[in-house]
Design a protein around this ligand. Structure first.
Ligand code: GTQ
Ligand code: FE2
Length: 373
């Protein structure tokens, strides 16, 4: 697919009259003086600073799950988990961003690995975090003293400034996907961090966290907690609810009723039960299910998405690129690159997170669907 540009005007090339040798010498000395005094003229960089539409440095990239899990196992043999390093997490670094561990300018994504009996010590930070569990169980994440089970398909939240540590009480190692707004906090110089207790504050392994017992009943909230909270008070979004919601959307489509976002495409957004809005102020989380062969309409969006395949397979088109996606693979969509999904022969289940809430709050969100599609 060629990238459509008819939504935008184009920049006009700025040309000054050809300078005489004397003028050129003056210009050179003026630019040199500006450089010494840490100044730069706008006129020869405006197109780069203010393009007609976003021109992200981040590129679209896919990380293979088999490579991620293999390296996480190797790291587990070679590197202990403990205070200082804090987490055995391997971050995904976007090749277009030139070095830092940013999957996108605003977002961090990592695979974290905990062997049986291991304990990732408690800490807190202003960065918002979640975990999504591709497979396995046996880890509890303790969030401000509330032990939250982590099981296949679950989304677990650790909103900013909540103490959290993870412990594996099972006999098998466990790996999961972490998502945080570390790059956003880093680039904006807004992050704070504190160590918590060395030892686990709660070694219990309840079937449901306290937060679920209060907040995970559909359409119901406890009267004892009125008002709105900017981050969701619910720590665990259990797979059984996600799966049922998606199954029901597709069943309604089969019965001829509306409910799906597009043909053969069911999708849910995880919500903050006190507002109905996003789970955290900077991060949106969604889950998408496509029937076998279903295709989505290409769309340009301001902001960054990251997908992880939960089950099945798909291809994703991002601009002119096409990536095959299998179980566990992670792929990012840079801002404004048009993207569309096509499910493989068994259909596909995809977890997705994005930084879209940031842009919506700042009135910078935009989407564009090329005409004729
Ligand atoms: O589990 O607390 O991937 O603080 C990066 C930073 C995970 C965590 C990461 C973190 C964590
Ligand atoms: Fe953390």
């Amino acid at each position: 697919m060629t990238e459509s540009t008819d939504y935008a005007a184009r920049h006009v090339e700025f040309t000054a009259p050809e300078p005489t040798p004397e003028e050129q010498a003056e210009l050179d000395s003026m630019y040199a003086r500006m450089d010494e005094l840490h100044m730069k003229p706008l006129w020869n960089q405006i197109g780069g600073l203010m393009p007609n539409a976003p021109e992200p440095q981040a590129v679209a990239h896919r990380w293979d799950w088999s490579e991620l899990i293999t390296l996480a196992r190797r790291a587990s043999d070679l590197v202990p988990v403990g205070r200082g390093g804090e987490r055995r997490a391997i971050g995904l670094a976007n090749p277009g961003l030139g070095g830092p561990t940013y999957i996108a300018p605003t977002l961090w994504a990592a695979i974290q690995y905990l062997a049986p009996g291991e304990n990732a010590p408690a800490h807190r930070h202003s960065q918002n975090a979640f975990r999504f569990v591709l497979e396995g169980e046996g880890v509890w994440t303790v969030v401000n003293g509330d032990a939250v089970p982590m099981r296949r398909g679950d989304l677990l939240l650790t909103p900013g400034w909540n103490f959290h540590g993870h412990h594996n009480i099972a006999t098998e190692p466990m790996a999961w996907l972490d998502g945080l707004d570390i790059p956003f906090a880093h680039q904006m110089d807004s992050g704070f961090f504190e160590y918590g207790s060395e030892r686990l504050t709660d070694e219990s392994t309840p079937d449901h966290s306290r937060s679920e017992r209060l907040w995970a009943h559909p359409g119901l909230r406890p009267v004892a907690f009125p008002g709105q909270a900017s981050a969701s008070p619910l720590g665990r979004y259990a797979w059984e609810h996600t799966d049922a919601a998606l199954r029901d959307q597709l069943a309604l489509e089969d019965a001829g009723f509306p409910g799906v976002v597009g043909p053969g495409h069911a999708a849910i957004r995880y919500t903050n039960p006190t507002t109905g809005g996003d789970v955290m102020s900077t991060i949106r989380a969604e889950f998408h299910r496509l029937r076998p062969g279903a295709v989505t309409t290409p769309v340009h969006e301001v902001g960054n998405r990251v997908f992880q395949v939960f089950e099945g397979s798909a291809t994703i088109r991002i601009g002119d690129e096409v990536f095959g996606l299998n179980h566990g693979d992670v792929v990012n969509v840079p801002s404004w690159r048009p993207w569309s999904l096509e499910a493989g022969p068994e259909g596909v289940d995809l977890f997705c997170f994005s930084d879209h809430p940031i842009f919506e709050k700042l009135d910078l969100a935009r989407t564009y669907t090329p005409e004729g599609i």
